[in-house]
Each structure stands twice: as C-alpha cells, then as structure tokens.
Design a protein around this ligand. Sequence first.
Ligand code: ARG
Length: 572
Amino acid sequence: MSYKHQIAGVIAHAANMEESEALRLLETPKDPKMGDIAFPCFQLAKTLRKAPPMIAAELKENIQPALQEAGVPVGNIEVVGAYINFYLDQQAVTSDVISNVLTAGDAYGATNIGHGGNVTIDLSSPNIAKPFSMGHLRSTVIGNALANILEKLGYNPVRINHLGDWGTQFGKLIVAYKKWGSEDAVRQAPIPELLRLYVKFHDEAANDKTLEDQGREWFKKLEDGDAEATALWQWFRDESLKEFNKTYELMGIKFDSLHGEAFYNDKMDRVVNLLEEKGLLVEDEGALVVKLDEYDMPPCLIKKSDGATLYATRDLAAALYRHENFDFAKALYVVGGEQRLHFKQVFKVLEKMGYDFAQEMHHIPFGMMLKDGKKMSTRKGKVVLLDEVLQQAIDDVRNVIAEKNPNLENQDEVAKAVGVGAVIFHDLKNFRLNDINFSLEDMLTFEGETGPYVQYTHARACSILRKAGYELTAEKVELPSGALEGAESWAVVTMLLNFPNVVQRAGADFDPSVIGKYVIDLAQAFNKFYAHVRVIDEDQAVTTARLHLVAATVQVLRTSLHLLGLQAPQAM
Ligand code: ARG
C-alpha cells in the first residue's frame, strides 16, 4: 500500500470521511519544501462550517499519534494556512523503497488490477502490398508497449495484427505486375519491387484512364475466387509477410494472431444478415448503410452498390469474432488519428446492434510521423522505409561502439539493441497524439532524451555494480547514517517509489509516454546522484547501502525499458 493510501486512511478516520474521498483530496506539492504529501482542508471547512486553518490545526493534533501508531513513516507534519503538509521520514522511506524494489525484482510495479481479463490489441496492421511505413511503426511500438504495460497490470494482452491484405490495391498490383513486373524481381526484393509497381501504377494511371478500371476488374476476379488472381494475391501476401517478419523479429515483437482483413471474407454475410434482422440496414443511393444521423455522424457504409463489402464491414465482423473468441475485458485499436470517425462509427453500430461490449472498445489514436514537417505518402513513393531506418540506426551505433568501446563483447547484439531501441524510444517519449518529426540524428544521440541515453545510464549503473562485486541480497536494507541522506539520493528514491503509480497511469491513459518520460527523469536523477555521491566509501556498510540504491535503480530502469519494448544491455 502506498504512503498516500496509508495517510488517507488515517485522515479519513480522524475527519470522519470516506477514505477514497481523502485519497482524492491528497496532493503532491510541486515544491518539496511544502512537504511530500499535502492535505487541503477547504472541503472539510464547508461541511464543518469552520475556518480551514483551524480545521487543519485540529486535525493535525489527531493525526500525528495515529500515524505513528500505524507505523507510517512520516517524520514531520506542518500546518500552513489551510494545508496539512506531511514530510516523509526520508531514512525510513529510503530503506523501505530499496528493499521493496530489490525483493520484488522484475515484479516491482506489478498489480492485479486486470484480474487476468483479456485485452485484444489491434496493432501494426500494415497494408501488405506496401512497404512498412513509419506510420505503421507508430502503431507497432505504441501497441506493443501498451500490451506490456497492461500485462504488468494483470491483464492478458492478445496482440492482433489486422493485416491489410484485402482491397482494391491488390487488383492494381496484379495489373501492374502483369504489365511491368517479373517473378524474379519480386522474389529478390519483394517489398521494394511491389512498391515500385504500386508507384508505377499510379504514375501511369494519371495518363491512362483505363488502368483504374482494370484494377477494379482484377479485384473483382479476386473476390470471385479466380484461380490466377488468388494465386498472385497469396504469393504477394506470403512474400510481403516474410519481409515484415524480419522487421518484427528485429524489433522483438510477436503477435498472437495474424488474422487480417481477408480472414473475414467468409464472415461478412453474417454481419450483413444480423444488421438486416435488427432492422438497421437502409438503402442509400444503391448502397446499404447504417444511419447514424442521431449521433451527428455520416452513415456507416456496409455494402457498396456492386455488392462489395467495406473496411467497416470487416471491422464489424472482426469485433464479433474477437468478442466470441477472447471474451475481451477491453478491445483496443491502435490506429492513426485519421481513422477517428471510422472507429466511432463502428463502435456506434455495434452499440445499436445491442452489444454492451461496445462500451469496452477503445480507439487509441496517435499523431503523424512527419518528414521535414510534411506528411509522407506511399503513392508518391515519398516514404521512409522502416527497414532502412533500423539498419541505418544499427550501423551508426556499431560505429560509435567500435570507436568508444572497441573491446566490448557482443558488439553486434548491442548495436542491434541500441539502434532499434533508439527508433522505438524516439516515438514513445512523445505523447502519442502529438505529431513527431522523423530524425535519425535526434534518435541516436547519447545525450539528451533518447533511448541510447537511458540504455547507457543503465549499462553504466550495471558496471558500477560489476566493478564493486555487488551481489543482490533481497533482505531489509540497512542504512548507516550518512549513507543516503542528500537531496540527490532522495530524488532517486522518490522516483523509485513512484514507479507503480506511473505504470498504472500509463495503463489508465493508454499512454506509454508516461513511462518514456519517467525513465528519462529517473536516468537524469541517477546521473546527478552519481555525479555528487561517491558510491565506494571507506566505510563498507555505507558502500553497500549506496550499491543497493544503484541496484534498485538498475532494476527500475530495466523494467521501464522492457515495458517500452527496448532491451537493456548490461554493457555498452
Ligand atoms: N491497414 C489499416 C491501415 O493501414 C489499419 C488497420 C487498423 N485496424 C483495424 N481493425 N481497422 O490503414
């Protein structure tokens, strides 16, 4: 239980109020001089009809002995105006927190808020005839981090890659392949070749108006199960997937399901029939739609006049499938902000169909990845290819290592962990709704708010422990006086103390950047500590206490990096 909870319990008892209410009112003062935790008495003043400072003073008298009795490590309590300020007993807290972290190990920060409930997470979901864009990178890394975070909170994440493996683009690709492609070229470099064909198609289509029609025809053949079309589609899909899998492997990302849009081909009639039965389908200029006027939304398109089903129809089928197969506690869709309306419509249609589970479905939107301040577009071939970026990042890091630490073991492995980590972290340190500017340079600096900086701090802390021959002992940490008393230690300790809250907030807001920002702060606090405090002291007991703090920091840095989907090399 957190100190805040403990203090809330004592206040609630003394002031005769609900504990949850006391907890809600407790604040963390911006200025540590005003205490570590503060309780404002304005609200009590209203019910008690007394001046807030008077209530604060009276309450303090009752609280002080009660806290002591309950063993809450509060050192000092001061009344300032309407506030009761609590100062934690830093020595007691320091020893507690370090012991808790070291005892819990990798489980520090874990809770069981989720009670094992399934959470389906729709993530990555690239369109497979196209290269893996930086936009899909965002979905991949945000989704994967959310899965890790929710798992830490006691949920069971189900990572679903809803591959974009169906749609008119396959008709276009077949046309382009037959006109300008070759089997060899596709085999040799599937993604770049398919991209070349895709871009070529659009270039040519600007002049040749019949191309679009041919593309539609071939897609129609595909839908009707034509053998040649199906074989080509399957082949493009397989080759693309092989390439994507290399990228996923490099990033250390695994999926529980690869059911993409095509998987739902035979599940569409059921959705259409259900909508029909429930009287929700209306005809609109030849198409079948569900009206959403009452919610100020345009109608949700279910079936085109030529009988083709749509993206939304597939998502409705997928929602039913996921609900039936995973009985999810929550269903998340990590998809760019451009698709806001789409998901609002899909969730509303499910609600109109009478499915309560629609309440537990969340679109997790994110901003765009910009290049030189502009949007990237596949059609014009103006994309940054994820594979190239990752490779470049890894090569750059390898060069830095060769120069700065030529004797390091497993240089390749470390270069991979740091290069890939740099790309992932660059995304996750930003609040997901913000647009981010793509810059390899910014990602890779070892100073500043980057993945390499955090990983380097972790490796350095590991090396302190290695050199000192530290061995982890998960017992109660003793603190000889003077060992960990300065503001620099306290800053690290309060950060470690906060970690479980940080994980919970990241989960509640579906926002990995809460952890991204936290881990930068922790790394900075630790580096400041290390610059001010000599860990190795003449007094062995003092040294041991300080090493315990280093070990606890290593633990939380590592857990944070893992939650974000980064590795934490022990040396670099
Ligand atoms: N393939 C789609 C795109 O790139 C994203 C799919 C997102 N997931 C979903 N269930 N609609 O735009």
